[in-house]
Design a protein around this ligand. Structure first.
Ligand code: ATP
Length: 309
């Protein structure tokens, strides 16, 4: 069982730990980490930890991109990135006095011939996988409908596509003629898509908007409140127990991994939704983004309640 993960704008995530951030002055770093980052790479790692075979794809340069590929391959994840001339980005998080200050580079501009090379490689890889996940922002040089182009290619091969994106790219995706199998906005991204403030009181109505016709799985993640979803026309509410949270960043990515894993092993709708929440919770229980500890899986899985509403 192999899953293709698409990360079009990956990054080296740098975390600098400082006792105190002194603006306009020199800061010496006491502790640091550098890891391959980007939402799709979090999905890749969690899928790998769940036991799936993963092929990671996207765009990478020959400097940081090579570093990133080396790290993924070292962790047992196959990589098929399209090489680019533009520079793969660094994203910096400065952790100081209980705060996190982030400095995010925009990333490279993808050239026309690099885009064509990626599309060809993507189409070729489709024959080797059972499902595809797509996550995160589009680098410059790609039109907002780029994800829709990928969905179209995958649907010609009858491969399920799970998409976790936001903003204009999500708008283009849901309005396209060929629909993805699944979208997983969080409630803020869902509100932005509809241009309405959505909360628990009106989310059911929103899920039944004609805009979502043709998308089998609309999974709205609600952080510690679990999930609400419309799957094949039926509404589901997933309730989760309270847990001690260490770092919830990337929990949505872990949820996408859980959903992709469940769908590829042929799990029931209820179990796929449980898997999404277990993986999200397991990620939130760890300091490292995009990492789950499978030891705690069974006890959490048992405590999750899924009901039709
Ligand atoms: P990200 O963009 O950081 O990947 P997200 O906003 O897309 O995250 P969330 O809705 O925050 O996704 O989380 C996804 C899932 O992870 C939730 O449905 C839930 O199961 C779990 N989760 C997230 N935060 C918490 C929390 N504080 N306590 C318990 N579970 C959580």
């Amino acid at each position: 069982m192999t899953i293709l993960t698409v990360t079009l704008n990956p990054a080296i995530d740098i975390a600098y730990q400082l006792d105190h951030l002194a603006l306009g002055s020199m800061n010496r770093v006491s502790k640091l980490s550098k890891t391959a980052g980007g939402k799709g790479l979090n999905v890749s790692r969690v899928l790998d930890e769940l036991g799936a075979d993963v092929i990671a794809t996207g765009f990478a340069d020959r400097r940081l991109g090579t570093e990133l590929i080396r790290e993924l391959e070292g962790g047992g994840i196959s990589c098929r990135f399209t090489r680019i001339i533009g520079r793969t980005r660094n994203c910096i998080a400065i952790l100081h006095a209980g705060m996190q200050t982030e400095i995010l580079e925009k990333g490279p501009t993808i050239l026309k011939e690099e885009k064509e090379a990626f599309l060809q490689a993507f189409e070729k890889s489709l024959g080797d996988v059972e499902a595809i996940t797509m996550s995160g922002s589009l680098p410059a040089g790609l039109d907002p409908d780029f994800y829709s182009q990928l969905v179209k290619l995958a649907s010609q091969r009858n491969k399920p596509v799970l998409v976790d994106i936001s903003g204009l790219a999500l708008e283009a995706l849901v309005n396209a003629e060929i629909k993805p199998t699944l979208i997983k906005p969080n409630i803020e991204e869902f509100s932005m898509l509809l241009g309405l403030e959505i909360g628990l009181e009106n989310v059911k109505e929103a899920l039944n908007e004609p805009l979502f016709d043709g998308i089998d799985w609309i999974v709205i993640s609600l952080g510690k409140a679990g999930t609400i979803a419309r799957v094949k026309g039926e509404l589901y509410r997933v309730r989760i127990p309270e847990i001690a949270v260490i770092n919830p960043v990337g929990s949505g990515d872990a949820s996408v991994a859980g959903l992709a894993f469940g769908m590829t092993i042929g799990a029931s709708i209820e179990d796929c939704l449980k898997l999404a929440n277990v993986c999200g919770m397991l990620n939130a229980q760890e300091a490292q983004t995009g990492h789950i500890n499978m030891e705690h899986f069974p006890e959490l899985f048992e405590q999750i309640k899924v009901e039709k509403i």
